[in-house]
Ligand binder design. Structure first.
Ligand SMILES: *Cc1c(COP(=O)(O)O)cnc(C)c1O
Length: 361
């Protein structure tokens, strides 16, 4: 078999090897069907079971009850930047946005096309190196919802607990940390997550929505943009991203087999700790870019003494089989993305590489 590298990419990101091998096995002919999942009707018996199992497994992982609908849609998290306000802002047409990075700003940009947006807090003046404290939030009790980004993929910050909205529905872009731990779904009105970081291949976005909020979706909305239509049709209003849903389903089963999300959380904390410890014990050679209490378990961002060394670090790492370590183009530096599927061994080997690199440079 061909050798695999350690893939630290922020997204599309590493998938569990067991899942890839399973998909490979089933690719040519799915469980004796004589065709692949990609080639069969989305309304046939086989795919019907695939999507129903994927939903049931996701419900199991996150303890999602019947008050919530689960959807598998297309258009990525980016289309949700529009769908969330189009469906949920009316009738008041007011929403609060907590601005903690580029994705939050992009989400807000679309909301502004629908109604009036209150910036409940922004940490942009600190270059998004921290999250706002609850006491900093200037929430409008009359807002239709409060939007936040649970993990800021580019900057490397992550909310440890949800902001308290005082009963206003909470809307969350969880694209880069969904399923990294168990959360209390009942705190949320809507969660959306592009699949390509912690769920599966790109092309699928998972939407979890509290059913009472569907009343807000107007019949005047374009059909695909209406959550109620998708819920009434169980994600099959049009052709869903069938292969992506199948892959997401395999990842859900993998997570259940691993022991579920409490076990994943334990592993994620362990992995991140190894890396942050290496950064903090490097006598300032490696510097974390965000305040310690807001550090992400998913995207570990740090800098070296200068940009030349960062460039050399990335190149040498690549030659040793560590890919995807270059920070986002808007912030530079190094970013190691260590989602659920990223193995602990890869983190340990990176830390060894970091120690060697420091010695030699
Ligand atoms: C990657 C990412 C997005 C964009 O997702 P697309 O699927 O490319 O639209 C949005 N929000 C967050 C937090 C992300 O990490």
């Amino acid at each position: 078999m061909e050798k695999r590298i350690y893939n630290f990419s922020a997204g599309p990101a590493v998938l569990p090897e067991e899942v890839l091998l399973e998909a490979q096995k089933e690719l040519y002919s799915y469980k004796g069907a004589g065709m692949s999942i990609m080639e069969m009707s989305h309304r046939g018996k086989i795919f019907d079971q695939v999507i129903k199992e994927a939903e049931a497994d996701l419900r199991k992982l996150l303890d999602i009850n019947d008050n919530y609908a689960v959807l598998f849609l297309q258009g990525g998290a980016t289309l949700q930047f529009s769908m969330a306000p189009l469906n949920l802002m009316p009738p008041k047409n007011k929403a609060d946005y907590i601005i903690t990075g580029s994705w939050a700003k992009k989400a807000m940009k679309e909301a502004k096309r629908v109604g009036s947006v209150n910036v409940a807090a922004s940490t942009e003046s600190d270059n998004f190196n921290r999250l706002p404290k609850q006491s900093e939030l200037k929430l409008d009790p009359d807002a239709s919802y409060v939007h936040f980004t649970s993990n800021n993929t580019i900057y490397g910050t992550q909310w440890k607990t949800e902001p308290d909205t005082g009963g206003v529905p909470l809307v969350c872009d969880a694209s880069s940390d969904i399923l990294h731990k168990k959360i209390d779904i009942n705190k949320y009105g809507l969660i959306y997550a592009g699949a390509q970081k912690n769920i599966g291949p790109s092309g699928v976005v998972v939407v979890i929505i509290r059913k009472d909020l569907l009343e807000r979706s107007s019949d005047d909305l374009h059909t695909y943009l209406n959550y109620r239509v998708h819920v009434e049709n169980n994600s099959l209003y049009n052709t869903p991203p069938t292969f992506g849903v199948y892959m997401a389903g395999l990842v859900f089963k993998w997570l259940l087999n691993m022991g579920g999300l409490d076990e994943m959380y334990k592993r994620n904390k362990e992995k991140a700790q190894i890396l942050y410890d290496a950064i903090d014990s490097s006598d300032g050679y490696y510097k974390g870019t965000v305040v310690k209490e807001d550090r992400s378990l998913m995207n570990v961002t740090f800098r070296l003494p200068n940009e030349e060394l960062e460039k050399k670090f990335i190149e040498e790492a690549k030659s040793k089989g560590f890919e995807g370590l270059k920070g986002h183009r808007s912030v530079g530096g190094i970013r190691a993305s260590i989602y659920n599927a990223f193995p602990k061994k890869g983190v340990e080997e990176l830390v060894q590489f970091m120690e060697d690199f420091k010695k030699n440079n």
